[in-house]
Design a protein around this ligand. Structure first.
Ligand SMILES: *Cc1c(COP(=O)(O)O)cnc(C)c1O
Length: 380
């Protein structure tokens, strides 16, 4: 009963026996730039490609600063430190996201609170956020938001743009402003996705990206923080480069910091990839259009479309199956035939290290987690 879908995917990725969910695509200056780093000797922590990559990324996203970092998880960690997240704080995020979002909260000594996602954006739901804060939180005389139950300060909120689909940022920003929460966008999956004409990652106080091998562009491993704030940008650069004081030849460090920089070798690959991003997005939107047509008028599978006011990069295409039995059947059949399709992440509040963390009402997340399947989405 899945024959038409299988035929469609096979045709889309015609020359492949085994079809991956998402693999990198190298068609530009990748080899040239990589060889250049080797020839010059600058493969490590110093080199021009880091600056070139950061400059092009900032330009593409129409944001003031982009700071390259060794991976998206490290970027999330630093983003929270510079946002003032401290030991004993709490940070709100969505239950359905990649584990790194929550892990990075714990790295700060803070605890994640898991809230629900919207049915259509699959990202943090502003209505659920507001109702959680209205019943569970209060603003104290210091102007900060506190959890009435745990007495801990709630410092920040990290919405994640799931599979590339922008969250409802206007509403989320309004709620977070009311409760004095710093908004950090986990835009790891949504490079070049737009919301009301602005790029995801640039709408909150700061945003993070990942350039892991499975993302829309890759640096091998890598990430970035973007922001329009001068002070934050400066702080991020300092904290990710061992707090080294710029002196002509002496080595001096003025605080405890991290070696989270992106090597020049990785930045060279990233620059070549970023030069092609516009064509990647076009191709991915075209793949999505074809999937949308395939699942049009289908009672068993609903294709996840971009929302009004949003332009998705369609990093990973997704369908919502009628029920979990159909989902299981579909996963088994296609994977057995070498077509890698996969379910959504297990909700983070069900993982052993987060089983005692506070959650809100998770109706949508629980329902969708049972029924979502991601489809092969590589650029071809
Ligand atoms: C990939 C990803 C990350 C982490 O990125 P890494 O570069 O692999 O550390 C964080 N959040 C989300 C939602 C991701 O998809």
């Amino acid at each position: 009963m899945f024959d038409e879908i299988i035929a469609h995917i096979r045709k889309l990725y015609s020359r492949k026996e085994n079809i991956n969910l998402h693999q990198p695509f190298f068609a530009g200056n990748e080899k040239k730039y990589l060889i250049d780093t080797i020839d010059s000797g600058y493969v490590s922590s110093i080199g021009e490609y880091v600056n070139l990559f950061e400059d092009l990324l900032a330009k593409k996203l129409n944001v003031k600063y982009a700071i390259a970092i060794m991976n998206g998880t490290a970027a999330l960690h630093i983003a929270q430190i510079v946002s003032g997240v401290e030991k004993g704080d709490e940070v709100i995020t969505q239950a359905m996201t990649f584990v790194a979002t929550a892990n990075s909260i714990k790295y700060c000594g803070a605890e994640p609170i898991f809230l629900d996602i919207c049915k259509n954006s699959l990202s943090l739901c502003p209505e659920k956020l507001l109702s959680f804060l209205e019943s569970e939180a209060e603003i104290k005389s210091d102007g900060q938001c506190y959890n009435k139950k745990t007495k801990r300060r709630i410092k920040a909120c990290i919405p994640m743009h799931t599979f590339g689909h922008p969250a409802k940022m206007k509403e989320l920003l309004e709620v977070c402003e009311k409760y004095n929460l710093v908004v950090i966008e986990d835009a790891a999956e949504s490079l070049m996705s737009k919301y009301r004409g602005a790029y995801t990652g640039t709408l909150g106080k700061l945003g993070i990206f990942s350039f892991n091998g499975n993302k829309i562009i890759t640096t091998g491993g890598g990430g970035a923080i973007v922001t329009n704030c001068d002070i934050i940008a400066k702080r991020v650069k300092h904290l990710t480069t061992t707090a080294k004081v710029p002196l002509p030849y002496e080595s001096q460090h003025d605080e405890l910091a991290y070696n989270y920089r992106l090597p020049n070798l990785n930045a060279a690959l990233g620059l070549a990839q970023l030069e092609q991003i516009d064509s990647f997005v076009l191709k991915k939107r075209n793949i999505a259009k074809q999937y949308e047509r395939l699942f049009n008028d289908n009672d068993s599978f609903k294709f996840v479309k971009e929302m009004p006011e949003s332009e998705s990069n369609y990093w990973l295409n997704a369908i919502v199956c009628k029920d979990s039995f159909l989902r299981d059947d579909f996963l088994k059949t296609l994977n057995n035939q070498g077509i890698l399709v996969r379910p959504a992440w297990n909700l983070l509040n069900t993982l052993i290290m987060y089983k005692d963390n506070q959650t809100g009402d998770l109706t949508n997340a629980i329902d969708l987690q049972n029924r979502i399947v991601n489809l092969p989405s590589s650029v071809v």
